[in-house]
Write a protein of this length. Structure first.
Length: 277
């Protein structure tokens, strides 16, 4: 028996009360994955859909019921006005992370920057820097080969030539020195943090850090000081309640002129410091 799109739209509408946002996500799914036009979705929905399309829609519904993020379902997330490939091997880019890019662009540093992005994941930070500052050379590193695969996929997707990827546990396997910028959005959630219950589908190795979420800030700060040139800067994204602790960690590693920046919800989110000697 043939099935119409209208039937599924009604089914999704009824599910909205139990699964908030599924209606908007369904429209996004129809456009991105099934390549339906707006007119097909909104104006002309009383048509029969093919068997393989039924399977795709049923899969979407099941994934949505299991609270799989729409970005993983459609294999795409937006960051700084560009679309990046994502799957459950990497974190989904967040809007607040875009602040790292804004701060760097407005930092009045030279344009031919040598930048390293630690824990690059999907590569969204590093690739965005490479595209927004085309004179720069950007290296993205990650200790997980699965993440590196995704970053390489995005490198090809965006046809970016001044971005490269390397496997490394933070800076431990990086021989180059004299970086102008070390930038990182490392794992910063403690293992008992209540917010983890809302992040069950994202990779835990990109979320959780020991020492109440602070361990990787300590490791990176020590290593970054050795790899930065004099006048170079270290940039961290961190939890909204970690600004003071991150500042102290950076001070212990001899960083100076430490500044904190608030995100769009006025939470302290980004901390940067400079190597002066």
């Amino acid at each position: 028996m043939a099935t119409s799109l209208d039937k599924y739209k009604e089914k999704i509408r009824l599910l909205e009360t139990s699964y908030s946002g599924i209606n908007n996500n369904f429209r996004f799914f129809l456009k991105k994955v099934m390549k339906y036009s707006d007119s097909s979705i909104i104006l002309n929905d009383n048509f029969d859909i093919l068997d393989h399309e039924v399977e795709m829609i049923e899969s979407f519904i099941e994934s949505s019921k299991n609270k799989i993020p729409i970005e993983y379902i459609v294999k795409e997330a937006e960051f700084y006005g560009r679309n990046f490939y994502v799957d459950n091997r990497v974190l989904i880019p967040r809007n607040e992370t875009e602040l790292l890019i804004d701060i760097l662009i407005n930092s009045h540093l030279k344009k031919d920057l040598k930048v390293i992005d630690l824990g690059t994941g999907s590569g969204c930070i590093a690739i965005t820097i490479a595209l927004e500052i085309p004179e720069s050379e950007v290296l993205g590193v990650d200790k997980y080969l699965d993440a590196i695969d995704v970053a390489i996929k995005n490198k090809h997707l965006h046809k970016v030539s001044n971005f490269h990827v390397k496997e490394s546990d933070w800076l431990s396997d990086i021989n180059e020195c004299n970086f102008d910028v070390v930038i990182s959005n490392p794992p910063y959630i403690g293992s008992t943090d209540k917010h983890l219950k809302d992040l069950i589908h994202e990779p835990k190795n990109a979320l959780i850090a020991k020492d109440s979420g602070l361990l990787d800030f300590k490791k990176i700060s020590v290593q970054a000081y050795q790899k930065l040139k004099i006048g170079g800067i270290l940039m961290f994204e961190h939890g909204f309640n970690q600004a003071n602790e991150v500042k102290k960690i950076m001070e212990l590693s001899n960083f100076h002129q430490i500044e904190n920046f608030k995100d769009y919800q006025y939470h302290p989110r980004i901390t940067i410091g400079k190597k002066l000697a």
